[in-house]
Ligand binder design. Structure first.
Ligand code: GN1
Ligand code: MG
Length: 364
């Protein structure tokens, strides 16, 4: 607590701190809730600068995005804006939106009151989420600033496949001797070229990069008590990417009836009702900018993300668990099995997804 208090002295909090406790279940940063006796509580985060190597760029992206969205909300006459876009406190000494002692990097944002996160959503909430992410992308379509890639090639499937092959070749901790691992690797490599379609389209000049959130998992979204989306949180990965990122990553978490590390594989079934509702909300909100190629490939995006996530989890497992936080030694393998089961289920419904998209009114 004392360490946290001394970090917090670098930010102009209102009120005095009553309690600091862990918040959420992110796999990358350390996140804490700071309760005060003032009007607001706060979120204190230690930015994982082993993963986000350019914190200056990361915070630049976040500053630009939150400023731009705030401006749009003000112009639209929205109320309750502090619950609809994140607000970061400036560092007292530098005025920047983070503080560093040269080693660790910290930032503080205002905690959004009366907001709920979900691990599972129903179709109604899924439609709101589709609108919410679609609007997020639409609002950022005219951002005047140049944003950088906070993790270069973050959702580049070709790169993720190369990283898997490298991990397999090095086999640093001997996990390739497990026949199950080998067989999953084979299945992944057999499907590599289909799943790398986005990079191919991009090279052909047929698929643009736009500013996307890139971590639209369902628990990165805040809903109000009526189930309407308030805002999206966890903006570290907001960067230029394909729209597939936001569409695919939401469904990866929301259309899975169980958590991404559940061992109840028999319950995994890619939920078409969630897909349909999300697609409807998303297509309505993005109709002014989405191209035909982007729209027609949304079913591919829904398959790509469980696949890419499985490749990333398995790569980390083979590398000896250096990237994702784990709770037990097999955690990344368990996550891999889960995401592969979801991917197989989604692949079986790919044609059905294509029909949903093609009969969608905003798709005409
Ligand atoms: C990481 O930190 P968290 O849990 O929001 C990861 C995402 C993965 C996700 C899997 C920077 O996000 O890409 O989809 O874990 N973020 C980064 O749960 O790698
Ligand atoms: Mg995240």
């Amino acid at each position: 607590m004392n360490d946290y208090l001394s970090i917090l002295t670098h930010f102009a909090l209102e009120g005095s701190v009553k309690e600091v406790k862990p918040l959420g279940n992110g796999l990358i940063n350390d996140t804490l809730l700071v309760r005060t006796d003032g009007p607001d509580d706060y979120v204190l985060q230690r930015i994982n600068n082993a993963i986000f190597r350019d914190v200056e760029l990361l915070q630049h992206n976040i500053d630009c995005v939150t400023r731009h969205i705030r401006g749009k909300l003000v112009a639209a006459g929205e109320s309750d804006i502090d619950r609809k876009v994140l607000r970061f406190l400036p560092c007292r000494e530098t005025g920047k939106s983070y503080w560093s002692d040269g080693e660790a990097f910290w930032r503080v944002s205002v905690f959004i009151r009366d907001a709920f996160t979900y691990e599972l959503v129903n179709p109604e909430y899924s439609r709101f989420a589709g609108q919410g992410f679609g609007r997020f992308e639409a609002m950022l379509a005219d951002i005047p600033d140049t944003l950088g890639e906070t993790i270069p090639d973050f959702h580049n499937m070709e790169l993720r496949a190369r990283q898997l092959r490298l991990a397999v070749a090095r086999d640093k901790v001997g996990r390739m001797s497990d026949p199950e691992v080998l067989s999953i690797v084979r299945e992944m490599l057999d499907n590599e070229s289909d799943m790398c379609k986005a990079e191919q389209l991009h090279r052909e000049g047929r698929l643009p990069k736009r500013i996307c959130h890139c971590d639209t998992k369902v628990n990165n979204m805040l809903f109000d008590a009526d189930g309407r989306i308030l805002c999206v949180i966890d903006l570290d990965t907001v960067m230029p990417s394909y729209v597939f990122s936001d569409f695919g990553d939401f469904l990866r978490t929301a259309a899975n009836p169980v958590a991404e590390d559940s061992t109840e594989l028999e319950k995994i079934d890619f939920r078409m009702d969630i897909f349909e509702a999300f697609a409807e909300g998303y297509l309505a909100a993005t109709k002014d900018f989405l191209t035909d190629i982007e729209r027609d490939n949304l079913p591919y995006a829904a398959c790509l993300f469980p696949f890419m996530q499985a490749v990333r989890f398995l790569t980390d497992y083979i590398n000896g668990d250096t990237y994702y936080k784990i709770g037990y030694p097999e955690h990344n393998l368990v996550r891999t099995r889960n995401q592969m089961a979801l991917w197989r289920s989604a692949m079986g419904k790919r044609d059905a997804m294509v029909s949903v998209i093609s009969r969608s009114p905003s798709g005409l």
